[in-house]
Design a protein around this ligand. Structure first.
Ligand SMILES: Cc1cc2nc3c(=O)[nH]c(=O)nc-3n(C[C@H](O)[C@H](O)[C@H](O)COP(=O)(O)O)c2cc1C
Length: 198
C-alpha cells in the first residue's frame, strides 16, 4: 500500500485535540496534541497516555517534572490551538494572555476548556523521536461552565474547519515534525522511569 494512503488510514486513530500544560522552575507552558488516549478502564484508577515529540519544549518540561495537565477542548477553541500548537514556548510565554490558575500539582490549569485532567507521570516509553507518557489522573475538573456543553474538538474537525490562512503553516509544521521523526524513529532507547525499578 502507498505510504500516503497508510498515513490517511492511520489518521483515523488520532485522538481529540487536547491542550497539554506543564511547569518547570517557574516557567509555564502549553502545547497541543492529537495523540492522547484513555489508558485505563478502571473508573477508580483513571489514566491517560500521550506521545510528545522530543523537539518540543513541553517534552523536556514534562520529562523532568513528571507532571502535566491534559485539557479536552471545546469545538470553538481554534484560537487556543493556534496559540499553543503553532509556535514553541522557547521563544515566548504562550500562556501570558490565556486565563489559568495553578493546579494541585503545580502546573497550569486553563480556565476555558471542556474539561481537564491533572496527571502525574507514572511511566514512559521512548519511540526514538518522541516519548509516550503514561499519567495517573489525580484531579479532574470542568472548564468555566459548570458542566461541559457541546462537542469536544477532534483532530478531523480541526483540520477541516481551521481558518484557511493557517493551513500552510500547519502543513509546514507537520512536515518538519515528520522529517524529525523519520530521522529519529529507529533510535529507540530503554527508559526506566523515575521511581520504577527493572
Ligand atoms: C492539531 C495539532 C496536533 C498536534 N499533535 C501533537 C502531538 O501529538 N505530539 C506532539 O509532540 N506535538 C503535537 N503538535 C505540535 C505541538 O503542539 C507544537 O510543536 C507546539 O508548538 C509545541 O510547543 P512547545 O515547544 O512550547 O512545547 C500538534 C499540533 C497541532 C496543531
Amino acid at each position: 500500500m502507498h505510504p500516503d494512503h497508510t498515513y490517511q488510514l492511520l489518521r483515523n486513530l488520532t485522538s481529540p485535540v487536547v491542550a497539554i500544560t506543564s511547569e518547570r522552575a517557574g516557567k509555564r507552558n502549553g502545547m497541543i496534541s492529537d495523540s492522547a488516549i484513555r489508558a485505563s478502564i478502571v473508573p477508580t484508577m483513571p489514566r491517560v497516555s500521550v506521545y510528545i515529540h522530543k523537539f518540543n519544549l513541553s517534552h523536556d518540561m514534562i520529562y523532568e517534572t513528571g507532571r502535566l495537565v491534559m485539557h479536552l477542548l471545546r469545538q470553538d477553541q481554534f484560537e487556543l490551538i493556534h496559540r499553543l500548537g503553532f509556535v514553541s514556548g522557547r521563544a515566548t510565554d504562550k500562556l501570558a494572555d490565556v486565563p489559568h490558575r495553578t493546579g494541585r500539582l503545580g502546573a497550569p490549569v486553563l480556565d476555558q476548556c471542556y474539561a481537564h485532567f491533572e496527571c502525574r507521570v507514572v511511566n514512559a516509553m521512548d519511540t526514538g523521536s518522541s516519548t509516550c507518557f503514561l499519567g495517573d489522573v489525580v484531579e479532574v475538573g470542568h472548564g468555566a461552565a459548570a458542566a461541559p456543553a457541546g462537542e469536544v474538538m477532534t483532530a478531523g474537525y480541526f483540520r477541516t474547519h481551521m481558518p484557511a490562512a493557517w493551513r500552510t503553516d500547519y502543513e509546514q509544521h507537520l512536515q518538519a515534525a515528520q522529517r524529525f521523526a523519520a530521522e529519529r524513529s529507529k533510535d529507540i532507547r530503554a527508559i526506566v522511569w523515575k521511581g520504577l525499578s527493572v
